[in-house]
Structures are given as structure tokens and as C-alpha cells.
Design a protein around this ligand. Sequence first.
Ligand SMILES: Cc1cc2nc3c(=O)[nH]c(=O)nc-3n(C[C@H](O)[C@H](O)[C@H](O)COP(=O)(O)O)c2cc1C
Length: 237
Amino acid sequence: MARCQCDVTDARRLLNPGPVAIVTTSWRAEANAAPVSWTAPLSMGPPLVGCVIHPHRHTADMIRFSEEFAINIPGPDLLKQTAFLGSISGLQTNKIEAAGLETFGAQSISAPLIEGCLAWIECGLVDVIPVGDHTLFVGNVVKVQALDEAYAQRWLLNERKYSPLTYLGGSHYAVVSEPLEAIVQTSAEGSLIAETAEEREAREEHEATERERRQAEGEEGFEQMQRAERSGEKRVF
Ligand SMILES: Cc1cc2nc3c(=O)[nH]c(=O)nc-3n(C[C@H](O)[C@H](O)[C@H](O)COP(=O)(O)O)c2cc1C
């Protein structure tokens, strides 16, 4: 397999696929919302999270003035609304209204929460740190809510609709899917056993079933082609 050399700016895209956050803010009876994909948990005790936002964004000013913000985590049903909120500034437009989004009151802060999201994190601002051309807004988590269908101590990923939206760059998004559990076993020498005997057996069984399925599909396709040729039908492949 070939390795390609990427640009240094590709680091941000390679690290992207965390959940997209829609950051909501409120200041002097005005509310705003903007997608922010550069977010990170920063501390457990106290519970701190960070949002990295360009200082030119209206959201950056709204956070500085109000000293609070909410992180709303959308699923695929809010794909277009998320992209729309990231396409214009809230300085002159009420984006929440223009996107047709409903909101509900937060429990501890004044920023509105977006209806239809999967989870909501309310934060008070505790630090503002310039980092390169962006600003890291550090929030102290004061309240967290999540849909039962989506989250129970971890993202459940049982249903696409309740799986968080992640941002790949440009107009490309994805949903986080297929939960995997890592059961780590080591040999007597302490090395990782990458595949146990049972896992190998299960994999080989799965591969054999897949081979049979492909073979059966191939034979069926061939028979269909022969029937079509015999009856003088045109082939469309
Ligand atoms: C999916 C997505 C993720 C984004 N992530 C960030 C981000 O992490 N930081 C940032 O400063 N801007 C980010 N942006 C850009 C802002 O959301 C965009 O400039 C928005 O219009 C700002 O709105 P505002 O001026 O009302 O705050 C993102 C845009 C999209 C579509």
C-alpha cells in the first residue's frame, strides 16, 4: 500500500471525525448558532471542554460577552441545518430562525438549546486562550443532557438516526456507526494477541460464507445473461 505525503494543514482534517458541535450563544436577547468541529474534552475534575473558534466569528464575540455557551450535538437529520449555520454569520441574520430550528430553554445558562439534537452540554466560560490564528474557549460543564436512544454512558450507535454527525471537511459529513468492542488479550510474554483462535475461526467462517454468496450471485448473473442472450434481449450492465 502506498503512503501519500499530505500538507501540514491536512492534520486538522485527519483529526476531524469527532462529533460536530453546534455552539449556541445568547447575549442581550439575541441568540446565535454555529457549527464548530474543533472541540475537545480538556479535564474530568473540574469538567472542562474546549471549543476552538476563529476570532472573526460572531460566536466568538457572543461567548466573550455572555461568558457562556452550549454545545448541541446533531445527528444526520440536522445535516442541512448544520451546514447552513456554518455558511453565514449570525451578525446580521437570525440563523436559528432562518434554518427553521426549534429551541428549548437550557437548565443553567441563557443560551438556547436546539430541538432535534442528540445531546446538549451547557458551559460557563472559564478561560480564553489565543492559539495560533484561533481562540480556545474553555468551558466549565454545568449541565449535560442526552437522548436515551442515543447515549447511555457511551454513544450507543444502535440506529443511524441517533448517531452523531461528524464533519470530514468541505460539504462532507458522516455518521459515526458500527460500534466495536476491543477485548485486549496478551501472551505469556506480554505481547498483544491480535487475533484469538475463536476470532480466527469466526473470521474464516464469515469469509467462507461471503465467498459462497459471491459465487452464487456470479452464477445467477451468468445465467441471467445467457437467458437474455437466448431471448435476444439487449444487455444492460
Ligand atoms: C461543519 C463545520 C464545522 C466548523 N467548525 C469550525 C470550528 O471548529 N471553528 C471555527 O472557528 N469555525 C468553524 N466552522 C465555521 C463557522 O461555523 C462559520 O464560519 C459560521 O458561519 C460562523 O458563524 P457565526 O459568525 O455566526 O459565529 C465550521 C463550519 C462547518 C460547516
